[in-house]
Design a protein around this ligand. Sequence first.
Ligand code: GSH
Length: 212
Amino acid sequence: MKLYSFFNSSTSYRVRIALALKGLPFDYEGVNIRTLEHRTDDYVAKNPNANVPLLVDEDMNLGQSLAIIDYLDRKHPIPRLIPQDGPSRSRVLELSYQIATDIHPVNNLRILKYLVKELGVSDEQKNAWYAHWVKEGLSATEALLSAHGFGSYCFGDTPSMADCCLVPQVVNAQRMNCDLSAYKNVMRVYEFCQQQDAFQQAAPNRQPDFQA
Ligand SMILES: N[C@@H](CCC(=O)N[C@@H](CS)C(=O)NCC(=O)O)C(=O)O
């Protein structure tokens, strides 16, 4: 298996956590999204999403981090990251989608670049945009966890796709100096995950393309 990834990409980070939790070996192929390697013809031919991550496994080329985690979970079900049925499946999907579809897209690199380059906003305004959507988004994450979360991870004492999404989103917010002190449940789960080996292996500073 090969994972096309960028060390600082939170969506790649989600998949790296899933691979590490499952103990699956893979080849790492760095794609530098700062220098637009994800927009080259060669890469877009492999991944029409024109972003990272991309997983290549035998004859499967798959983009979209949540689809990749689902694919891995079906092919390598131990440990399960997406419960098969019942309310726990719905809760894991709800929190994963909340982070992946409500928080992440509005603060993605191409959006921030568009704000600055095309709409001419200042760095200060860009940072205010980022902090606003993190605040809205993580407030909802916090409310969901406070209503339905239990155990050491988001939902119970085993990790799920929700934890794969939560940790990278917190790391992004920390990188942008957002105040996270109001999100007690989010930070409790985050701190716990950060002590686990699989989450440490997947961290940006442990990747071959890491740049300080
Ligand atoms: N929904 C996609 C989003 C993927 C995505 O946008 N990845 C970012 C890095 S975190 C990217 O490649 N950004 C490049 C850009 O914004 O131009 C997923 O979950 O995989």
